[in-house]
Design a protein around this ligand. Sequence first.
Ligand code: ZN
Length: 216
Amino acid sequence: MSLDDNDEGDDETDEGIQPEQSAITGGETDGLDPDEAWMAETEDAVGVVDRFWRSHWNDHFTGAYQSPSVFGAYVAGTAEAPSCGGEPAAPQNAFYCPQGDFIAWDAALMRDGYAQGDSWVYLVVAHEWAHAVQRRVLGLRSVAAELQADCLAGATLFGSEDLVFEQGDGDELAQALAALADETPWTRSEDHGDAEQRTSAFSTGGSDGIGACLPD
Ligand SMILES: [Zn+2]
């Protein structure tokens, strides 16, 4: 998966479409190699996903779109890692924190996933962003909500005007959802649905868009 660089220049001139710097913030990157490619790609993913929702918000929802805050990467167990509702951020997790309206991810989860293919970081960001969307418009959390977040993630990534899909990206994403099932908090099937359900939800959103993920 790659950014459509040709269009990026145009986007710059499109008022209001640019995310108001929801860039990954510093501080929590202590102990990480700042040159790691996954970090740059994650930053790209944040921009892509934010732009997608900003562009499409009013196709489906009323009111103004508001981006969640992006805490970005943390190293679990360190003092800099964020907590949410009094719970410290877990290793191998990525989450949306409704209390703080921010998203965050364990550096190791992203690095390990990215090693299997760059689609991983897009998937994680799009999924957690979808939880922020849910909170804004639906306010529910359950396995059904997790699958809806996967559906919205599919709608985001396949609907994004910024991304160019390469041969095999669809398979890579499906494998990412399947391969890590049950291994990490982020992919535990009791919370998120099993690999087949997740892949199916993601594909539905990917082929049919946001509307297909919303209740009738
Ligand atoms: Zn989730």
